[in-house]
Design a binder for this molecule. Structure first.
Ligand SMILES: [Ca+2]
Length: 349
Protein backbone atom coordinates (compact mmCIF):
# COMPACT_ATOMS: atom_id res chain seq x y z
CA UNK A 1 0.00 0.00 0.00
CA UNK A 2 2.71 2.44 0.98
CA UNK A 3 4.56 1.69 -2.25
CA UNK A 4 1.63 3.02 -4.27
CA UNK A 5 2.60 6.25 -6.06
CA UNK A 6 -0.44 8.05 -4.63
CA UNK A 7 0.59 7.09 -1.11
CA UNK A 8 4.09 8.37 -1.77
CA UNK A 9 2.59 11.69 -2.76
CA UNK A 10 0.63 11.74 0.49
CA UNK A 11 3.80 10.93 2.43
CA UNK A 12 5.54 13.83 0.76
CA UNK A 13 2.61 16.08 1.59
CA UNK A 14 2.78 14.84 5.17
CA UNK A 15 6.50 15.64 5.44
CA UNK A 16 5.93 19.12 4.09
CA UNK A 17 3.23 19.72 6.63
CA UNK A 18 5.62 18.76 9.43
CA UNK A 19 8.25 21.14 8.09
CA UNK A 20 5.61 23.85 8.10
CA UNK A 21 4.80 23.04 11.70
CA UNK A 22 1.32 21.76 10.82
CA UNK A 23 0.85 18.67 12.96
CA UNK A 24 -2.89 18.63 12.26
CA UNK A 25 -2.39 18.78 8.49
CA UNK A 26 0.12 15.98 8.75
CA UNK A 27 -2.41 13.99 10.74
CA UNK A 28 -5.00 14.21 7.97
CA UNK A 29 -2.53 13.11 5.32
CA UNK A 30 -1.28 10.20 7.43
CA UNK A 31 -4.84 9.19 8.20
CA UNK A 32 -5.71 9.14 4.53
CA UNK A 33 -2.86 6.80 3.68
CA UNK A 34 -3.42 4.41 6.58
CA UNK A 35 -4.44 1.02 5.29
CA UNK A 36 -7.36 -0.95 6.72
CA UNK A 37 -6.24 -3.04 9.69
CA UNK A 38 -6.47 -6.80 9.77
CA UNK A 39 -8.95 -8.25 12.27
CA UNK A 40 -7.15 -10.58 14.68
CA UNK A 41 -9.93 -11.33 17.18
CA UNK A 42 -13.59 -10.40 17.74
CA UNK A 43 -16.23 -10.77 20.43
CA UNK A 44 -14.16 -9.71 23.43
CA UNK A 45 -16.08 -8.41 26.46
CA UNK A 46 -14.69 -5.15 27.88
CA UNK A 47 -11.07 -6.16 27.20
CA UNK A 48 -8.34 -4.10 28.81
CA UNK A 49 -4.87 -5.41 28.14
CA UNK A 50 -2.87 -7.75 25.88
CA UNK A 51 0.34 -9.59 26.82
CA UNK A 52 2.26 -12.44 25.21
CA UNK A 53 3.60 -15.70 26.64
CA UNK A 54 5.95 -16.82 23.89
CA UNK A 55 3.82 -16.36 20.80
CA UNK A 56 0.50 -16.85 22.59
CA UNK A 57 -1.57 -13.67 23.05
CA UNK A 58 -3.29 -13.31 26.43
CA UNK A 59 -6.13 -10.84 26.93
CA UNK A 60 -7.70 -9.54 30.15
CA UNK A 61 -11.41 -8.71 30.38
CA UNK A 62 -12.25 -6.05 32.95
CA UNK A 63 -15.70 -7.10 34.10
CA UNK A 64 -15.72 -10.87 33.54
CA UNK A 65 -12.27 -11.13 35.25
CA UNK A 66 -11.31 -13.64 32.59
CA UNK A 67 -7.90 -14.11 31.02
CA UNK A 68 -8.21 -15.50 27.50
CA UNK A 69 -5.55 -17.18 25.37
CA UNK A 70 -6.00 -16.65 21.64
CA UNK A 71 -5.27 -19.44 19.18
CA UNK A 72 -3.82 -18.92 15.71
CA UNK A 73 -7.28 -18.04 14.38
CA UNK A 74 -7.92 -15.44 17.07
CA UNK A 75 -10.36 -17.67 18.94
CA UNK A 76 -10.27 -16.98 22.68
CA UNK A 77 -10.15 -19.70 25.31
CA UNK A 78 -10.58 -18.91 29.00
CA UNK A 79 -7.40 -19.86 30.85
CA UNK A 80 -8.37 -18.26 34.15
CA UNK A 81 -11.08 -16.32 35.91
CA UNK A 82 -9.19 -14.20 38.40
CA UNK A 83 -10.52 -14.74 41.92
CA UNK A 84 -11.19 -11.69 44.07
CA UNK A 85 -11.84 -9.18 41.29
CA UNK A 86 -14.40 -6.75 42.66
CA UNK A 87 -14.56 -3.41 40.91
CA UNK A 88 -17.05 -0.67 40.13
CA UNK A 89 -16.97 1.78 37.24
CA UNK A 90 -13.48 1.79 35.77
CA UNK A 91 -12.29 -0.85 38.22
CA UNK A 92 -11.98 -4.59 37.62
CA UNK A 93 -9.34 -6.77 35.98
CA UNK A 94 -7.06 -4.24 34.31
CA UNK A 95 -3.46 -4.62 33.14
CA UNK A 96 -1.58 -7.86 32.59
CA UNK A 97 2.09 -8.51 31.88
CA UNK A 98 4.22 -11.62 31.39
CA UNK A 99 7.66 -12.10 32.92
CA UNK A 100 9.46 -15.43 32.87
CA UNK A 101 6.97 -18.16 33.74
CA UNK A 102 4.47 -15.78 35.37
CA UNK A 103 1.45 -13.77 34.34
CA UNK A 104 1.04 -10.62 36.44
CA UNK A 105 -2.37 -9.00 36.85
CA UNK A 106 -3.47 -5.65 38.31
CA UNK A 107 -7.04 -5.65 39.55
CA UNK A 108 -9.54 -3.96 41.79
CA UNK A 109 -10.42 -5.99 44.89
CA UNK A 110 -12.93 -3.82 46.71
CA UNK A 111 -11.14 -1.09 48.66
CA UNK A 112 -7.75 -1.68 47.07
CA UNK A 113 -6.11 -2.32 43.75
CA UNK A 114 -3.61 -5.15 43.97
CA UNK A 115 -1.11 -7.06 41.89
CA UNK A 116 -1.02 -10.85 41.81
CA UNK A 117 1.02 -13.27 39.78
CA UNK A 118 0.16 -16.73 38.49
CA UNK A 119 2.51 -19.41 37.29
CA UNK A 120 1.93 -20.23 33.63
CA UNK A 121 1.75 -23.97 33.10
CA UNK A 122 1.82 -25.69 29.72
CA UNK A 123 1.67 -23.85 26.45
CA UNK A 124 -0.49 -23.25 23.40
CA UNK A 125 -3.76 -25.23 23.73
CA UNK A 126 -2.62 -26.62 27.10
CA UNK A 127 -1.67 -23.28 28.63
CA UNK A 128 -3.25 -22.62 32.04
CA UNK A 129 -2.60 -20.48 35.08
CA UNK A 130 -1.71 -21.72 38.56
CA UNK A 131 -2.99 -20.27 41.84
CA UNK A 132 -2.64 -16.54 42.50
CA UNK A 133 0.13 -15.11 44.66
CA UNK A 134 -0.47 -11.57 45.89
CA UNK A 135 2.75 -9.60 45.51
CA UNK A 136 1.49 -6.07 46.11
CA UNK A 137 -1.60 -4.36 47.51
CA UNK A 138 -2.91 -1.25 49.18
CA UNK A 139 -3.23 0.84 46.02
CA UNK A 140 -6.26 3.11 46.48
CA UNK A 141 -9.29 2.17 44.38
CA UNK A 142 -12.47 3.98 43.38
CA UNK A 143 -15.02 4.01 40.59
CA UNK A 144 -12.65 6.26 38.64
CA UNK A 145 -8.89 6.76 38.28
CA UNK A 146 -7.59 3.29 39.12
CA UNK A 147 -4.55 3.44 36.83
CA UNK A 148 -3.88 -0.23 36.12
CA UNK A 149 -1.18 -0.63 33.51
CA UNK A 150 1.60 -3.14 34.22
CA UNK A 151 4.83 -3.40 32.26
CA UNK A 152 8.29 -4.81 32.76
CA UNK A 153 11.01 -2.33 31.95
CA UNK A 154 14.28 -3.04 30.16
CA UNK A 155 15.79 -3.22 33.66
CA UNK A 156 13.66 -6.30 34.46
CA UNK A 157 11.64 -4.40 37.07
CA UNK A 158 7.84 -4.31 37.23
CA UNK A 159 6.24 -0.90 36.75
CA UNK A 160 2.63 -0.26 37.76
CA UNK A 161 0.59 2.86 37.11
CA UNK A 162 -1.89 4.07 39.70
CA UNK A 163 -4.56 6.76 39.71
CA UNK A 164 -5.46 9.33 42.34
CA UNK A 165 -8.68 7.31 42.89
CA UNK A 166 -10.70 10.50 43.23
CA UNK A 167 -8.55 12.17 45.90
CA UNK A 168 -6.32 14.62 44.12
CA UNK A 169 -4.03 15.26 47.08
CA UNK A 170 -2.73 11.67 46.91
CA UNK A 171 -0.73 12.49 43.79
CA UNK A 172 1.64 14.87 45.64
CA UNK A 173 1.77 12.72 48.80
CA UNK A 174 4.85 10.51 48.63
CA UNK A 175 3.38 8.32 51.39
CA UNK A 176 0.33 7.45 49.26
CA UNK A 177 0.41 4.86 46.47
CA UNK A 178 -2.21 6.83 44.51
CA UNK A 179 -1.28 9.02 41.53
CA UNK A 180 2.10 7.36 41.00
CA UNK A 181 4.18 5.18 38.79
CA UNK A 182 5.48 2.40 41.06
CA UNK A 183 8.60 0.30 40.49
CA UNK A 184 9.15 -3.07 42.14
CA UNK A 185 11.06 -6.31 41.74
CA UNK A 186 9.24 -9.26 40.11
CA UNK A 187 8.61 -10.52 43.67
CA UNK A 188 6.97 -7.24 44.69
CA UNK A 189 9.84 -5.82 46.77
CA UNK A 190 11.36 -2.34 46.73
CA UNK A 191 14.43 -2.23 44.46
CA UNK A 192 17.55 -0.84 46.14
CA UNK A 193 17.99 1.80 43.45
CA UNK A 194 14.52 3.35 43.57
CA UNK A 195 14.66 7.17 43.69
CA UNK A 196 13.17 7.45 47.20
CA UNK A 197 14.95 4.92 49.45
CA UNK A 198 12.59 2.25 50.80
CA UNK A 199 9.69 3.52 48.66
CA UNK A 200 7.96 1.98 45.66
CA UNK A 201 7.38 5.44 44.18
CA UNK A 202 9.20 5.95 40.89
CA UNK A 203 7.43 9.14 39.79
CA UNK A 204 4.54 11.15 41.21
CA UNK A 205 2.14 14.01 40.64
CA UNK A 206 0.07 11.88 38.25
CA UNK A 207 -3.71 11.95 37.90
CA UNK A 208 -4.35 8.66 36.12
CA UNK A 209 -1.66 6.94 34.07
CA UNK A 210 -2.65 3.97 31.86
CA UNK A 211 0.16 3.75 29.33
CA UNK A 212 3.86 2.87 29.63
CA UNK A 213 6.54 2.20 27.05
CA UNK A 214 10.32 2.35 26.67
CA UNK A 215 12.33 3.38 23.64
CA UNK A 216 15.32 1.29 22.55
CA UNK A 217 17.69 3.63 24.39
CA UNK A 218 15.81 3.02 27.65
CA UNK A 219 13.88 6.31 27.71
CA UNK A 220 10.58 5.78 29.49
CA UNK A 221 7.28 7.35 28.41
CA UNK A 222 3.83 7.40 29.99
CA UNK A 223 0.40 8.58 28.86
CA UNK A 224 -1.85 10.34 31.35
CA UNK A 225 -5.50 11.37 31.55
CA UNK A 226 -6.04 15.02 32.35
CA UNK A 227 -9.16 16.37 34.02
CA UNK A 228 -11.02 18.76 31.74
CA UNK A 229 -8.35 20.39 29.63
CA UNK A 230 -5.14 18.55 28.79
CA UNK A 231 -4.16 14.93 28.42
CA UNK A 232 -0.43 14.30 28.52
CA UNK A 233 2.48 12.39 27.10
CA UNK A 234 5.31 12.46 29.62
CA UNK A 235 8.95 11.48 29.54
CA UNK A 236 9.41 9.76 32.89
CA UNK A 237 12.44 10.47 35.06
CA UNK A 238 13.06 8.67 38.37
CA UNK A 239 11.79 10.79 41.23
CA UNK A 240 10.08 13.22 38.87
CA UNK A 241 7.03 15.26 39.90
CA UNK A 242 4.55 15.61 37.04
CA UNK A 243 2.45 18.32 38.62
CA UNK A 244 -1.04 16.98 39.33
CA UNK A 245 -3.16 18.44 40.86
CA UNK A 246 -1.27 21.76 40.90
CA UNK A 247 -0.80 21.74 37.13
CA UNK A 248 -2.68 20.05 34.28
CA UNK A 249 -0.74 19.95 31.02
CA UNK A 250 2.16 22.35 30.38
CA UNK A 251 2.34 24.77 33.27
CA UNK A 252 5.94 25.97 33.06
CA UNK A 253 5.99 25.75 36.86
CA UNK A 254 9.35 25.24 38.58
CA UNK A 255 9.52 21.88 40.32
CA UNK A 256 7.06 20.15 38.00
CA UNK A 257 8.03 18.32 34.83
CA UNK A 258 5.88 19.44 31.90
CA UNK A 259 4.51 16.92 29.39
CA UNK A 260 6.37 16.69 26.09
CA UNK A 261 3.01 16.82 24.35
CA UNK A 262 -0.58 17.54 25.37
CA UNK A 263 -4.00 17.19 23.74
CA UNK A 264 -7.53 18.36 24.55
CA UNK A 265 -9.22 15.60 26.53
CA UNK A 266 -12.00 15.18 23.91
CA UNK A 267 -9.35 14.31 21.32
CA UNK A 268 -7.40 11.88 23.46
CA UNK A 269 -8.06 10.19 26.82
CA UNK A 270 -4.91 8.16 26.23
CA UNK A 271 -4.66 4.61 27.56
CA UNK A 272 -2.23 1.88 26.41
CA UNK A 273 0.87 2.70 24.41
CA UNK A 274 3.68 0.95 22.56
CA UNK A 275 6.88 1.85 20.73
CA UNK A 276 7.72 0.34 17.34
CA UNK A 277 10.01 1.43 14.54
CA UNK A 278 10.94 4.80 16.01
CA UNK A 279 7.38 5.83 16.86
CA UNK A 280 5.23 5.93 19.96
CA UNK A 281 1.66 4.69 19.40
CA UNK A 282 -1.02 5.70 21.88
CA UNK A 283 -4.53 4.21 22.01
CA UNK A 284 -7.17 6.83 22.81
CA UNK A 285 -10.55 6.18 24.39
CA UNK A 286 -12.68 9.31 24.11
CA UNK A 287 -10.59 10.57 21.18
CA UNK A 288 -11.21 7.27 19.32
CA UNK A 289 -7.89 7.35 17.48
CA UNK A 290 -4.40 5.96 17.40
CA UNK A 291 -1.78 8.65 17.84
CA UNK A 292 1.61 8.15 16.18
CA UNK A 293 4.48 10.19 17.59
CA UNK A 294 8.03 10.15 16.19
CA UNK A 295 10.65 9.61 18.88
CA UNK A 296 12.81 12.03 16.91
CA UNK A 297 10.18 14.78 17.15
CA UNK A 298 8.09 13.92 20.21
CA UNK A 299 6.21 17.22 20.15
CA UNK A 300 4.44 16.25 16.90
CA UNK A 301 1.84 13.60 16.12
CA UNK A 302 -0.13 11.99 13.34
CA UNK A 303 -3.61 10.64 14.03
CA UNK A 304 -4.74 7.33 12.59
CA UNK A 305 -8.20 5.73 12.33
CA UNK A 306 -9.97 8.76 13.82
CA UNK A 307 -13.43 7.58 14.98
CA UNK A 308 -13.22 4.57 12.65
CA UNK A 309 -13.06 1.79 15.24
CA UNK A 310 -14.42 3.52 18.32
CA UNK A 311 -12.62 3.77 21.63
CA UNK A 312 -9.15 2.23 21.81
CA UNK A 313 -7.79 0.80 25.08
CA UNK A 314 -4.42 -0.74 24.33
CA UNK A 315 -1.61 -0.84 21.80
CA UNK A 316 1.01 -3.59 21.91
CA UNK A 317 3.93 -4.85 19.86
CA UNK A 318 3.67 -8.55 19.01
CA UNK A 319 6.62 -10.97 19.22
CA UNK A 320 7.01 -10.65 15.44
CA UNK A 321 6.98 -6.83 15.54
CA UNK A 322 3.45 -6.08 14.45
CA UNK A 323 1.36 -3.41 16.15
CA UNK A 324 -1.97 -4.56 17.56
CA UNK A 325 -4.65 -2.27 18.91
CA UNK A 326 -7.51 -3.23 21.20
CA UNK A 327 -10.96 -1.63 20.91
CA UNK A 328 -13.02 -0.68 23.96
CA UNK A 329 -16.67 -0.35 22.93
CA UNK A 330 -18.43 -2.96 25.08
CA UNK A 331 -17.81 -1.60 28.59
CA UNK A 332 -20.89 0.61 28.60
CA UNK A 333 -19.22 3.86 27.56
CA UNK A 334 -18.82 3.18 23.87
CA UNK A 335 -21.09 2.27 21.01
CA UNK A 336 -20.47 -1.38 20.17
CA UNK A 337 -20.11 -2.24 16.50
CA UNK A 338 -20.51 -5.69 14.94
CA UNK A 339 -17.72 -7.92 16.20
CA UNK A 340 -16.71 -5.67 19.11
CA UNK A 341 -14.59 -5.71 20.97
CA UNK A 342 -11.79 -6.47 18.59
CA UNK A 343 -8.06 -6.76 18.24
CA UNK A 344 -6.80 -5.16 15.04
CA UNK A 345 -3.35 -5.43 13.45
CA UNK A 346 -2.09 -2.18 11.94
CA UNK A 347 -0.48 -2.82 8.53
CA UNK A 348 2.37 -1.05 6.82
CA UNK A 349 4.46 -0.02 9.85
CA1 LIG B 1 1.26 16.63 34.44
Amino acid sequence: MLKHPGSLALCALSMMAVLAGGAVIEARAADAMQATPQVIATGLDAPWSIAFFGNTPLVSERNSARVLALDGNGKGRQVAKIAGVNGRGEGGLLGIAVHGAYLYAYFTAGAENRIERYRIEGKDADLKLGAGEKIFGGIPSASYHNGGRLAFGPDGMLYATTGDAGEKSRAQDLKSLGGKILRMTPEGRVPRDNPFPGSYVYSYGHRNVQGLAWAGDGTMYASEFGENTWDELNLIRPGGNYGWPEVEGKGGHPGFIDPIQQWPTAEASPSGMAILGGHIYIASLRGQRLRKIPLSAPGTAAELYVRQYGRLRDAVVTPDDKLWILTNNTDGRGQARAGDDRILSVPGL
